[in-house]
Design a protein. Structure first.
Length: 240
């Protein structure tokens, strides 16, 4: 009754209004059910700053989890506005899955958490079992991309984010990284962070079935060319 009353009022104000049959609770059950279904997923992976996000944003039929979560991933990813609630993120993801469920869906390889948002468990398990295309790029290109993305960010933010890695890197290395940031020696800082993130990512990849993994070298290849190549390959085996 409350929804109908608000809908009536908005219609009087000239808005086009739709009322969900069964209300929000029915919609919520519908959304949760979407994470239990099987999808034709292709995961786009690769080390930090290899260019995964650009590919996802350029691919047709892709779902950008980081955009839905309003976070860029990693401890440095909170540059965007406030993240949505967990429930709202799930609702947004469910709608995207519904709209894209009749064809292959491209998803960026993510850890279970994107900032404070958790990928729904049933869907995350399916992501981990799906074929993954790992993009590779040389350290020079990755460093350039990293510098372009972060060098103009407030130093205090970068240092605060770096301190979140203290348990992983140790206090001495974190202090050294903060000093490099103060001195604007970003290239050296990038290489140290790459060493940490690359090792972590390699551990994650090692837990996948070898038969699901393929690689694509993208050095000096235009984003659109990479997307065209990926879209032409309908089966995971074709990437070898």
């Amino acid at each position: 009754m409350r929804s109908s009353s608000i809908a009536w009022l908005l219609e009087l104000m000239g808005h086009k209004v739709l009322v969900l049959k069964g209300g929000y609770k029915t919609f919520r059950r519908w959304a949760i059910d979407k994470f239990k279904k099987n999808y034709d997923l292709m995961i786009i992976g690769g080390y930090t700053c290899v260019g995964k996000t650009e590919i996802i944003k350029s691919l047709t039929d892709a779902i950008d989890l980081e955009s839905l979560a309003n976070h860029n991933g990693s401890v440095f990813g909170g540059l965007k506005k406030t993240q949505p609630t967990q429930e709202h993120f799930e609702n947004l993801l469910a709608v995207q899955l519904f709209l894209n469920n009749e064809h292959r869906i491209y998803i960026e390889d993510e850890s279970r958490f994107i900032g404070k948002i958790q990928i729904p468990n049933d869907f995350y398990i399916q992501m981990r079992k799906s074929p993954i295309l790992i993009l590779t790029n040389n350290i020079e290109n990755r460093t350039i991309k990293c510098l372009n993305e972060y060098k103009n960010i407030d130093k205090d933010y970068l240092k605060k984010s770096t301190t979140k890695l203290e348990k992983k890197l140790g206090s001495n290395k974190v202090k050294y990284l903060c000093r490099l940031i103060d001195e604007e020696k970003y290239k050296e800082a990038c290489h140290i962070l790459f060493t940490y993130y690359d090792k972590s990512y390699s551990i994650g990849i090692s837990k996948r079935a070898i038969s699901t993994i393929s690689y694509l070298e993208i050095n000096k290849v235009a984003t659109q060319q990479i997307c065209n190549f990926i879209l032409k390959k309908k089966t995971q085996e074709n990437f070898f």
